[in-house]
Structures are given as structure tokens and as C-alpha cells.
Design a protein around this ligand. Structure first.
Ligand code: APR
Length: 317
């Protein structure tokens, strides 16, 4: 059986990390595309030269010709510009809007049957633009944000409780921005919900509130430390988890930005909710019951995303 083909549009910090992880996990062959074709080709060659040491078989190539992505099974998009200190994700809208049009055109022409994962920020509006402009079915175009946000939440909870990250599950939904909604009620240690852990005296509400705030600002904390660019190891790992669930038909339940069609009382834009990812792409949207304050927080987050979609439309790109 032929190996899977995974195309990476954007060979910057996240793109390079994606290629390395895909190699180490032997998920398939990698084609990297970047406006700087030499960077894509150089990273592909460098990573492939690590394969005899690490023992993986994965052909990697890079360049700036869209035809190389032909018939890719999965495409992961990181093309565009990252944040610098002092910028919000939304500040990237104008810079990255034009990039999405070019990428959508390339995908539409060469790989219309691919499962497409967008990482470029501001995420919820960029993935929406990518789907609209490429014309691919919405269940095959998803945004990576929730896996990353919930991974950050899981880490901070595991550190607070002094337990393995493996035993912590977390639930984060809404837009990938300041209004994201980490739901403590559905976040657990080995199945025990966080509110119960507060009652058991393992932590306090104040500490959980601080963790929720740190999670919502998780990307910003890293931008400030790096001073030039934004997070890339955890975003790449998160997108690879989504790609793997699709390629292996694992049907993992992962929080992803997807097009809503009436679920949660919202429709016609992308926002983060839990979904099942399998061989057909987004196979199911998981709809949980909200408490009134949770619903209000989710709706507020949706409003922020919808406003950004309107701003995008006004750009006329
Ligand atoms: N087509 C293809 N590649 C492009 C284009 C384009 N039109 N415009 C820019 N690029 C490439 C750049 O040349 C660069 O190599 O995209 C790459 C982006 O890499 P980095 O600047 O290192 O950014 P990275 O950290 O990988 O983040 C990429 O993901 O998380 C988001 O906010 C982040 O929007 C940013 C994106």
C-alpha cells in the first residue's frame, strides 16, 4: 500500500516541526511548500537526513510550486505571519487574509479531496476563509486550536494536582482568542471533574480561575518570552494528532474549529467545539448541555469570531 502523502503549506517554525513529527511517527511522505522554496527544500532535506538515525522511512521534499501537493491526503496550512510581542491574534487579520486566498486556490486546483487542517491565525476566520475560497466541503476543512488550548489547560491542571498529564482531560471551546471558554465542569483527573476536586480539597476555586486565565493567555505568554514569533512545538503536535485521527480513522474526540450548522444555536461560521475526526473528516459534532453562564461565555466568543468574519469581508480580498 502506498504511503500517505502529507502536504505542508508554510515551512516556517510550525511547518518544520510538523515535518519532523510526521517523520518520527511515520505518518507518511511529506511535501513542503513555501514562498521561500529554498527554506522548504532545505528543511525537508535536513529532516530526511535524520531518518537513518531515528529509523523512519519518509520521503520529504520542498519547494514553491503548488503542483507538488497534487493528490495529498492531508494538508496542514501554516502559511502567513506569526504574532510579535504586543500583538493579538486578531491583529494578523489583514496580513494573513491575502495569503489564505492563494493557499485556497492551490488546494482547490491540486488536492480537492484532501483533509485540510488550518493553523494560521486568526484561526477561526482564516479556516472559514480557506473553506469558502477553496470550495472544499466543510467537513474536510478544520481549524487547529482546541487541541492546543486544551493541552495547555491539561498541563497546568496536571502541574497543580501533581499528577500525570496523561490522567488529565480538559475541555476548551469557543474561538481561539481571549474569549475562549475552558469548561472546568467537563475537565477531569481520571474521570473526577475539577469542581469535585475543589470539594475534595485538592485545589481552590481561585487557583482554578488563575489556571483558566493562564490557558486563555497561553499563546501570548509564549510570544512574550520568544520576542520574535509565536509557539510552534505544541501547535505542531496538536495538528499532528488531528491528522493521525483522520489517516488512521481513529475517531478521536477532539476540540476543533468547525463550521457550525445549527449546533449550539449557531451557524455559518467556524468556531471550536468537540468533534469526532475519522476517515470522513469531521464525522460528528458533539453537543453538550451548557449552564446559563457557560452559554453566555460561548455566545460571547462566537460574537467575537463573527465580528472578525465581518471585518474580513470588508477587506474585499
Ligand atoms: N504561501 C506560502 N507560504 C507563505 C506565504 C504564502 N503566501 N506567506 C508566508 N508564507 C510562509 C513564510 O515564508 C514562512 O516560512 O509561511 C511561513 C510561516 O512561518 P513562521 O513565520 O515561522 O510562522 P509559524 O510560527 O510557523 O506560524 C505560522 O501559524 O500559529 C499560527 O499565528 C501563527 O499565523 C501564524 C502561523
Amino acid at each position: 500500500m502506498a504511503r500517505n502523502k502529507i502536504a505542508l503549506i508554510g515551512a516556517g517554525n510550525i511547518g518544520g516541526t510538523l515535518a519532523h513529527l510526521i517523520g518520527l511517527k511515520e505518518l507518511g511522505d511529506v511535501v513542503m511548500f513555501d514562498v521561500f522554496g529554498g527554506v522548504a527544500a532545505g528543511k525537508a532535506l535536513d529532516i530526511m537526513q535524520s531518518s537513518p538515525v531515528d529509523g523512519f522511512d519518509s520521503a520529504m521534499s520542498g519547494g514553491s510550486d503548488y503542483s507538488a501537493i497534487k493528490d495529498a491526503d492531508v494538508i496542514i496550512v501554516t502559511a502567513g505571519f506569526p504574532r510579535m510581542p504586543g500583538m493579538s491574534r486578531d491583529d494578523l487579520l489583514t496580513k494573513n487574509a491575502g495569503v489564505m486566498g492563494q493557499v485556497a486556490e492551490g488546494i482547490k486546483q491540486y488536492a480537492p479531496n484532501a483533509f485540510v487542517i488550518c493553523i494560521t491565525n486568526p484561526l477561526d476566520v482564516m479556516v472559514w476563509a480557506l473553506q469558502q475560497k477553496s470550495g472544499l466541503p466543510a467537513h474536510k476543512v478544520v481549524g487547529m486550536a482546541g487541541v492546543l488550548d486544551s493541552s495547555r489547560f491539561r498541563l497546568f491542571l496536571a502541574q497543580e494536582f501533581g499528577v500525570s498529564v496523561e490522567d488529565v482531560t480538559a475541555f476548551v471551546l469557543g474561538g481561539h482568542g481571549d474569549t475562549m471558554v475552558p469548561l472546568t465542569r467537563y475537565s477531569t483527573v481520571a474521570g473526577i471533574p475539577v469542581p469535585d476536586l475543589i470539594k475534595m480539597g485538592w485545589t481552590t476555586q481561585e487557583k482554578i480561575d488563575a489556571i483558566v486565565a493562564r490557558t486563555a493567555n497561553g499563546g501570548g505568554e509564549i510570544v512574550k518570552l520568544l520576542e520574535k514569533g509565536s509557539a510552534f512545538y505544541a501547535p505542531a503536535a496538536s495538528a499532528v494528532a488531528m491528522a493521525e485521527s483522520y489517516l488512521k480513522d481513529k475517531k478521536r474526540v477532539l476540540p476543533c474549529a468547525v463550521m457550525l450548522n445549527g449546533e449550539y444555536g449557531q451557524k455559518d461560521f467556524y468556531v471550536g467545539v468537540p468533534v469526532v475526526i475519522g476517515k470522513d473528516g469531521v464525522e460528528k459534532v458533539v453537543e453538550v448541555e451548557f449552564l446559563p453562564e457557560e452559554k453566555a461565555a460561548f455566545d460571547k466568543s462566537c460574537d467575537a469570531v463573527k465580528k472578525l468574519v465581518e471585518d474580513f469581508k470588508k477587506l474585499g480580498v
